[in-house]
Structures are given as C-alpha cells and as structure tokens.
Design a protein around this ligand. Structure first.
Ligand SMILES: Cc1cn([C@H]2C[C@H](O)[C@@H](COP(=O)(O)O)O2)c(=O)[nH]c1=O
Ligand code: MG
Length: 178
C-alpha cells in the first residue's frame, strides 16, 4: 500500500515542544497540558490576547528542527517500509513558512536519513495527493478534491471526541501492516 504519514503530531512532537517552550517563556498563563488540549491548533486553547505569544513560539527559528520524535514513530515508519509498503511523509507547512519548510526537511534528514527526504510531499491541500491511507492527527482535513486515500486518525487528546478509525505507534501493526 501507499501510506501517507503526516509529520506534525504524528512523527514530530509539536505538542511536547510547544508545552516546554511555553513553560520556558514564563508566561503568567499556564501551559495547557496535552491531555487538556481540545483543538488541533494549540492557539485555540489560549486567550486571544496571547495568540501572538503562541505563534512566536512555533514560528521561531529552530522550533521545527528541534521537535522530538513521537515515541515509536521512527521505528513504525521503518517497520512499514520493511513490510513492503511505500511510505511518504505528507505534510503541510505553516502559513508563516520561512523557518518551518526548511526545518521540516532538516528534521526528516536528521531522524530518518538523507534518502527519506525524497519521500516528503509538502502541500497545503492533502486531498490532491494520491494514496491508499493517510495517517493524520487532523480530524477535519479539507481540500479541493475528494481524496482517494482513507484516513486513519492518529490518536491525540484533541481528536478523541471523534469516532473514527485511529491508531497510535503502539498499534500500527494491527492497523496498517495488514
Ligand atoms: C498552528 C499549528 C500548526 N500545526 C501543524 C499542522 C500542520 O502540519 C502545520 C500547518 O498547520 P495549518 O493548520 O496549515 O496552519 O502545522 C499544529 O500541529 N499545531 C498548531 O497549533
Ligand atoms: Mg498533524
């Protein structure tokens, strides 16, 4: 199968890095714990007056480059390749793209190797990308086409309210390797 895998929130731990950076910044408003997050976009869980401070963190140089891998993600990707699947990273850049785009590529090279950079598909519209499965933490993927991929939701606290087929890296074999 052709398996498309999202980067932020599936391979790279955007949430853990943001939480740590917000705590480090010393804002009076406390960092929202991952289990309490309610929306894909972290900004939505903070007061509007702090949106600028929130965006300043994830648009800062190095934020995307230094994201820690999500537990089990790198092993899961390698396992899917070893199982004979064609794996591509299908990822959307921030609108504030300047650091994000380069650092997403640097992240893949650092954690999956230089050859894996050839497997990156960078798009703001994932519905135009061909694939059999898309693993993504976004519960509301919108675009210009009816996609031919079937989404498997990557389990995160902010998408648990939805009754959709889902996985974590602890369960990828049962969900994807079939
Ligand atoms: C703001 C924000 C972004 N992300 C991730 C999700 C996508 O991979 C990119 C671009 O997101 P957008 O929805 O196209 O702006 O960044 C995220 O995981 N959490 C966030 O708060
Ligand atoms: Mg994501």
């Amino acid at each position: 199968m052709l398996i498309l895998i999202d980067q932020d929130g599936v391979l790279a731990d955007f949430e853990r890095a943001f939480h740590a950076a917000w705590q480090q910044a010393g804002h009076d408003f406390p960092a929202v714990a991952l289990e309490c997050r309610t929306s894909l976009h972290v900004r939505d869980d903070y007061p509007e007056a702090l949106y600028g401070a929130v965006e300043a963190i994830y648009t800062a140089p190095g934020f995307y480059r230094e994201l820690p891998p999500i537990a089990g993600a790198l092993e899961g990707v390698r396992g899917l390749l070893e199982a004979g699947h064609d794996v591509r990273i299908c990822t959307a850049p921030l609108n504030q793209y300047r650091n994000c785009v380069t650092e997403k590529f640097e992240w893949v090279e650092r954690h999956l190797g230089a050859d894996f950079v050839d497997r990156i598909i960078l798009t703001k519209d994932k519905t135009v990308v061909h694939g059999d499965i898309l693993v993504d933490d976004n519960p509301d993927i919108r675009g210009s086409r009816r996609p031919d991929w079937r989404q498997v939701l990557f389990d995160q606290p902010y998408n648990r309210q939805l009754d959709m087929p889902r996985m974590s890296w602890a369960s990828w074999r049962e969900t994807l390797a079939g």
